[in-house]
Design a protein around this ligand. Sequence first.
Ligand SMILES: Nc1ncnc2c1ncn2[C@@H]1O[C@H](COP(=O)(O)OP(=O)(O)OP(=O)(O)O)[C@@H](O)[C@H]1O
Ligand SMILES: [Mg+2]
Length: 363
Amino acid sequence: MVYNRNLPFNDLPDLPPPGFTETPGMLRHLAKASRILGELNGLCSSLPDPQLLLNTIVLQESKNSSAIENIVTTQDELYKAATGEETASQAAKEVLNYREALYAGLKKMQAQKNLLLTSTMVEIVQTIKQNNAGIRNTPGTALKNAINGEVIYTPPCCEDILRMKLASLEHFMNDPDLTTPDPLIKMALIHYQFEAVHPFADGNGRTGRILNALYLVQQGLLVQPVLYISSYMENNKAEYYKLLRDVTETGNWNDWTMYILTAVIETTQQTTQKIRTMLSLKNEYEKKMQEVLGASFSYALLQLMFTLPYLKIELLEKKGLAHRQTASGWLKKLSDAGMLRPQKIGRTTYFINYRLMELLTGN
Ligand SMILES: Nc1ncnc2c1ncn2[C@@H]1O[C@H](COP(=O)(O)OP(=O)(O)OP(=O)(O)O)[C@@H](O)[C@H]1O
Ligand SMILES: [Mg+2]
């Protein structure tokens, strides 16, 4: 049957794509991507406190991923939301939901023998959307051009067909015997396939991007899901959409795979650089803090400063770091020394680790 973008694409072929071959260009990109991803993984494994530092990066990256749907959220709101401020905007909450979804997916994967299953995908989308969304069981979902409303793609329909396609995708993702193509190339194929199946009414883009990050962990390429190629996709969105469409309409897997591998390379380089800079800033701050606080130096406080760049006295109390008076004394001394910058928002004074903020937002 001839492909028609106005009709549900129930003929979407399962993976691996019929006739797929790795081109020399792909293999060259693959070699580079694998090498630098290995370096990033080494760097992550050597972190004394991976959870804390990575948390900050994840928060930043979650923002990028949610941005594809034009969720405009300022960095300030994001971190305020993370410190539990009630004033957090809806946009900031959505970003936090994205982060929570990533961790929920990771937990589920680990609890299910490291498998990525349809149930993992459902768990992710439900956390993103904060509802009981399930596999689509009614027709009518179509991807449309936002400007003229023209249909770009109509995904398969409905629940039974979607479940069959997801079961086949699960098999491709989890079968250890399917060692070719290489996992990074498989990730490109999987991402297209998931988006083409488009199993949910909404949140498919975000769920697909989280699956990429989890897949790299599942395949042992990263110990933590620190790599989000989302910022690359956000910066190269028109191409991202066009290439997805080209795979469906003309079977152009080469350009799609090259795009994903380039995204991996660029994001890995940026993430590695960001971690290195954060680590050196943290070292610098550790020394300065020892000078400024002397005997009352607190390593826990340093850790917190690199987990949440917006601190407040109540938070230090809540985390059990110190009583009010000590906490307030610490923050004041660090502000006087220029390490933190106090800023009054509403009735609360925040102490901002502005150098970390600059580092995080300056990309
Ligand atoms: N032609 C296409 N074929 C298949 N999938 C597509 C195509 N164009 C876009 N997509 C995917 O659909 C996603 C949007 O779907 P949906 O609105 O369900 O996801 P979302 O997470 O809510 O949105 P967003 O990705 O914008 O944050 C895009 O991110 C992209 O991954
Ligand atoms: Mg959407």
